[in-house]
Design a protein around this ligand. Sequence first.
Ligand code: FAD
Ligand code: NAP
Length: 340
Amino acid sequence: MTLSIDEQVDLQAYNTLRLPSKARFFCRVHDLDTLREAVTHAQSLNLPLLLLGGGSNMVLCHDFPGLCILIELTGIQRIDLSKNQVLVRVGAGENWHRFVETSINQGYYGLENLALIPGTVGAAPVQNIGAYGVEIKDFLESVEVLDLESLELRTFNREACGFGYRDSIFKGRLRDRYAITSVTFRLNLKPSLAMGYGELAQDLEAIKDRVPGPRDLFEAVCRIRARKLPDPHLLANAGSFFKNPLVDGNRLLQLQAQYPDLVSYPEPDGRFKLAAGWMIDRSGWKGVREGAVGVHEHQALVLVNYGQGRGVDILRLAKAIQLDIFRRFQVELEIEPRIY
Ligand code: FAD
Ligand code: NAP
């Protein structure tokens, strides 16, 4: 495939918050050679790079002065099979939800709780996507990347990815250094379902005549998400805008004295996760609209763009929420999507 570069491309259709932003240069890459060619071209002109998947975890606040590369490397390959597990390598540009569904159809299990998360397979390890108690790291074997400086391919095993809560080295210390080209998953041939989250368990209780299976879990997750979360095709958003903050036990007790109905969950490291959505809702922000942007009326963690909003409008609203939450709870809310 030959490299074709366009100029002054509007990125509004390429990000789920539908924020206006122009990329000075823009190209699509379907294979490794074209990706290398695009990066070499940018290096020769000293242009910054913006790697783009589904645009569902970014806030575009400015025009981008460099080369935006839409990652469209595809392919799903079974590379090993044992008695209980299978290794599957997936191109970074594959759609995440379609891959989850395909894997279940093939009898490869583990990713059911991560159904219906928008975006690409390649972006999924960047923030270690998670939902309903499962994270991609639980089923990830390795990540293949292209070094954007040396143009060499490299493989990171799971430990080397530095996964944390909605975090990895690709979002932190090594951000912008690598393009993820494929992800290899280790999936189970025998299902082992994670149904602990209250809403999931409740939904699955409706199945009376048999033990729920992976497809039931997948469908329950899709049902709950479709009911609770705004579809970005209908109302522009980037999912949860803030991470759930973590506090120690003493801080939790202080907060509970002030807010007896505070929603919190114990973490394996001894700290406690506070439900940011509950704090934002409790502070009266749910459904608040400021001009063309607002807080979703049913999901306080989701900021939405009603049409004409810009990145700066979203950030202004986010800042006002952060200040208010800090004033009320003395807790800092960290923004989850990447700001550009
Ligand atoms: P993009 O937004 O295109 O990119 C995100 C970041 O990754 C950018 O910094 C980009 O440069 C970088 N990147 C993209 N592709 C590559 C690549 N190949 N190599 C290196 N870097 C790359 N997230 C969750 O964790 N759990 C959820 O349940 C969840 N639900 C969501 C629901 C909705 C309605 C929405 C809109 C978002 C939700 N998200 C969720 C956030 C988002 O979908 C995920 O973070 C997703 O993985 C982003 O994929 P993307 O392809 O859209 O990434
Ligand atoms: P929810 O079920 O209403 O729960 C609210 C919060 O409480 C969630 O943030 C979740 O934390 C936490 N929680 C609930 N039950 C828990 C349990 N049994 N153990 C530990 N923590 C628990 O959440 P929701 O907004 O409808 O989202 C459902 C799932 O999808 C969540 O896992 C959420 O993270 C994920 N999601 C993520 C995004 C995103 O953009 N990042 C967008 C939509 C949904 P966790 O968030 O840590 O799970």
